[in-house]
Design a protein around this ligand. Structure first.
Ligand SMILES: NC(=O)c1ccc[n+]([C@@H]2O[C@H](COP(=O)([O-])OP(=O)(O)OC[C@H]3O[C@@H](n4cnc5c(N)ncnc54)[C@H](OP(=O)(O)O)[C@@H]3O)[C@@H](O)[C@H]2O)c1
Length: 268
């Protein structure tokens, strides 16, 4: 039985707990959250054991999942550092917080896996990238991978200097697609089609387009060109995007997200 303890039991913790509950491995899951409502909800949903403090979580865990917002990471590390040992594996999902930052704040040479997941993990459709420090043995890495596999469809190992980029791409990515969907819904409402119908058409279009890429049907550019007949409707829309520099806007938005991820580690 693997003892997994959650510090912070909000959105992403819920996705991970759900994965662990469905995993072939057996987990004994505990958790603590400052927000009692959130904590009781996760207990109700997944029957995890709730603890009275983060320290109790640390004392009863082999794997500690750090799932608070980046802004709350330092207060947590300050609170738990004296109870951490090299027998603990830390899995941190906090955006922008580096492994080195955790080592510095705790003053401990402990095994740490840093992960950037995304919210589709809530329905078993997540992706994540992870990195690790030198204290993560093969045994710990295998355990971390099993945990990540339990809630993500795609798990990729990357060097740490790429993780903030992953944050700006797939970590924040679902929100970009939702934003795009919102804008398309604005258009559909002007065109007087019922919102629930437009939502069905558009969301399956998003899933279908993503699947065509995943199934190797072509590059995004090739597939776009196949839909874009000369003088047709798609061409009209794409030309409008291009003329209004939508590509630059999207690119610059992602660069600004990456910059923000870099700042988070500096406590900004
Ligand atoms: N959501 C995403 O799409 C996403 C994607 C990838 C990675 N992440 C990362 O995942 C982490 C969690 O994000 P989330 O969206 O799950 O946040 P969330 O829903 O706000 O959950 C975090 C929980 O931690 C609690 N908390 C704050 N300080 C605490 C402390 N000292 N001890 C115990 N609990 C504490 C919060 O309570 P209060 O609300 O009372 O502060 C909140 O209930 C973040 O670091 C984020 O960067 C999120």
């Amino acid at each position: 039985m693997i003892k997994a303890g959650f510090i912070g039991t909000g959105n992403m913790a819920n996705a991970i707990i759900k994965g662990l509950k469905n995993s072939k491995l057996k987990f004994n899951i505990t958790g603590f959250d400052k927000d009692k409502r959130v904590l009781n909800e996760v207990k109700r949903k997944y029957k995890i054991v709730i603890k009275k403090s983060n320290l109790e979580v640390v004392d009863s865990s082999d794997v500690i999942i750090l799932a608070v917002k980046p802004q709350n990471v330092n207060e947590v590390l300050l609170e738990i550092k004296d109870r951490l040992t090299d027998e603990h594996l830390i899995i941190s999902i906090a955006a922008g917080i580096t492994i080195n930052h955790i080592i510095k704040q705790t003053g401990k040479n402990i095994p740490i896996v840093r992960v950037m997941p995304n919210t589709p993990a809530l329905i078993g459709e997540g992706v994540c990238a992870y990195c690790k420090n030198k204290f993560v043995t093969k045994k710990y890495e295998n355990l971390a991978k099993k945990i990540l596999d339990s809630f993500c469809k795609i798990v990729i190992y990357l060097s740490e200097n790429k993780i903030n980029t992953v944050t700006a791409l797939s970590g924040s990515g679902p929100a970009y697609f939702f934003y795009f969907l919102e804008a398309m819904l604005d258009a559909s409402s002007l065109l007087k089609i019922k919102k629930n119908i437009a939502l069905l058409l558009l969301s399956q279009t998003m899933v279908g387009a993503g699947k065509m890429i995943l199934e190797g049907k072509g590059t995004p550019e090739e597939l776009r060109k196949k839909v874009t007949s000369k003088g047709g409707t798609t061409e009209k829309a794409i030309n409008f995007f291009e003329k209004n520099r939508a590509r630059d806007i999207i690119k610059n938005a992602i660069l600004s997200a990456k910059k923000r991820a870099d700042e988070l580690n500096k406590g900004k």
